[in-house]
Ligand binder design. Structure first.
Ligand code: SF4
Ligand code: SF4
Length: 126
């Protein structure tokens, strides 16, 4: 559950339909992100979709207090989509942990910082 919506959010709604887990909903002053449904898009996309579509810098960001492994995030995705016709899969196209050209938010927002996620990840060959 590492993604969070900050007070920078202008409630534009651009991210509402971006989540593969339906984890984002309308709110009064900013959108609401259900952290229990966030998988950093692991299992479906090579980067975090809500952040990718967000036009406001700093509105939709990784939670530095809550770093999770690919294993934990994928397990959540499998659980959420247990009955879905198209289950999540792991590949360079469906996990930012494996996509060499998909820097995480940490690196996009603060390029000088080490990405703490990558310290707990073993990158496998495609
Ligand atoms: S990072 Fe992906 S799974 Fe998490 S809230 Fe955003 S769109 Fe949904
Ligand atoms: S796209 Fe960004 S600014 Fe717009 S509602 Fe989502 S988090 Fe807020």
């Amino acid at each position: 559950m590492p993604t969070m919506i900050t007070d920078e959010c202008v409630n534009c709604g651009a991210c509402l339909l971006s989540c593969p887990n339906d984890g984002i909903s309308k709110g009064q002053h900013k959108v609401l992100l259900d952290a229990t449904l966030c998988t950093e898009c692991v299992g479906f996309f090579s980067s975090e979709r809500c952040a990718a579509v967000c036009p406001i810098e700093g509105a939709c960001v990784a939670d530095p207090e809550n770093v999770e492994t690919e294993e934990a995030l994928f397990a959540r995705a499998v659980r959420i989509h247990a009955r879905a016709p198209k289950p999540p899969i792991l590949s360079p196209k469906t996990s930012h942990f494996r996509a060499a050209d998909a820097p995480s938010w940490w690196q996009r927002l603060v390029p000088s910082l080490t990405n703490p996620r990558q310290e707990v990840v073993e990158v496998e060959d495609a």
